[in-house]
Write a new protein. Structure first.
Length: 348
């Protein structure tokens, strides 16, 4: 297993928290009636947010690599026992933090659903839309592992084409044209929006891990080209987000070329590598908790020091630090307490 992946997973969750601090720090005060951020500050925030789309693809790619690494034998075979163990580690914290989120929004916004409504929200992944997709690929992982050795190229091509079809159905015109209405039968229930954006990354990580010996030299050889494509489409994505030009597809291109670069990044080249590796161990817990911390922090500021929300661009760095440090401190304390056995059920 690539030694740099642990630190890259830590870096990815830091990017998620950073992105959410900007997103919620901008949108929630606007819902409360505060003016939108404009001018140069808006462009700076849009540029910083442009890093966000790299995070979930990185998570999914590395998750696919790790599950393939767990497969044993020649050809590789993934035991269902391993899959079930991973499912339990994902499901219990997901249920816990989702329920807590629903309680918070009930008291804050009087947002409520029927029992079937809550079940539907859990299935679709509100607000954690990344989790159902991860569970979906994890359940399919034993089948994917068996197919990968013989049909890697066909498998990845089929999944990529299907994702592009879903993307153009979910966001009509993304490919420069629109499909006729009858094509919408290809949209699966529940996962159509997440598969449209992130469908390729988990199987790509799995396929890379199974074929690492043959794929790594090719990726190393084309590293400069991949960096160039990533940079160019990153810029196009920013210009599209800033409404300077319209190029919807750009934001889906540079994350793909970026994840192909992950195996070529050397561990020693990553700043604060040891600290990021420690953060990476708690990435799932951070993903589940950061939205709640940010939301509660903003509500507290509104209640205690509402004038600060007029200067919220300066509020975003403290929000980011709080959403990162508080969960890490709680997880560390729990891991050292007599109740440390609960860690898997609370934070994964």
């Amino acid at each position: 297993m690539n030694r740099q992946f642990a630190a890259l997973r830590g870096l990815a969750i830091v990017v998620v928290v950073f992105y959410h601090a900007i997103e919620l720090g901008s949108s929630i005060p606007r819902e409360w009636g505060y003016p939108a951020i404009g001018g140069i500050a808006r462009l700076v925030l849009l540029l910083l947010q442009q890093i966000g789309p790299l995070a979930v693809p990185t998570f999914l790619f590395i998750s696919g690599c790790f599950v393939a690494y767990a497969a044993a034998g020649t050809p590789p075979k993934l035991a269902w026992k391993t899959v079930w163990s991973n499912l339990k580690r994902l499901l219990w914290p997901y249920l816990l933090w989702s329920i807590l989120f629903y309680i918070i929004i009930y008291f804050q916004r009087h947002e409520t659903y029927s029992l079937p409504g809550y079940i539907k929200q859990l299935i679709v992944g509100y607000p954690y839309n990344f989790v159902p997709l991860l569970l979906f690929w994890l359940v399919l992982a034993p089948i994917l592992v068996q197919l990968t050795r013989r049909f890697s190229n066909v498998l990845i091509a089929v999944i990529l084409v299907y994702q592009l079809i879903l993307l153009n159905l979910e966001y009509p015109g993304s490919l420069g044209f629109t499909f006729p209405n009858w094509v919408s039968f290809l949209k699966p229930p529940v996962l159509h929006s997440t598969l449209a954006v992130w469908g390729i990354y988990y199987p790509l990580g799995l396929i890379y891990s199974v074929n690492a010996k043959s794929m790594t030299p090719w990726l190393q050889k084309n590293r400069a080209v991949l960096w160039a494509i990533t940079g160019v489409f990153f810029v196009f994505g920013f210009l599209s987000r800033a409404e300077i030009l319209k190029f919807q597809l750009a934001e889906h291109v540079y994350p793909l070329t970026f994840v192909l670069l992950l195996p070529t990044i050397k561990r020693d080249a990553i700043p604060w590598v040891r600290q990021l590796e420690q953060v990476g161990k708690h990435s799932y817990g951070l993903y589940l908790t950061n939205l709640i911390i940010l939301d509660l922090a903003l509500v507290s500021v509104k209640a205690l020091m509402p004038n600060l929300l007029n200067y919220r661009i300066w509020l975003m760095p403290p929000l980011f630090v709080l959403a990162l440090v508080i969960p890490l401190a709680v997880m560390s304390k729990l891991a050292r307490s007599p109740a440390k056995g609960m860690n898997h059920y609370v934070f994964g």
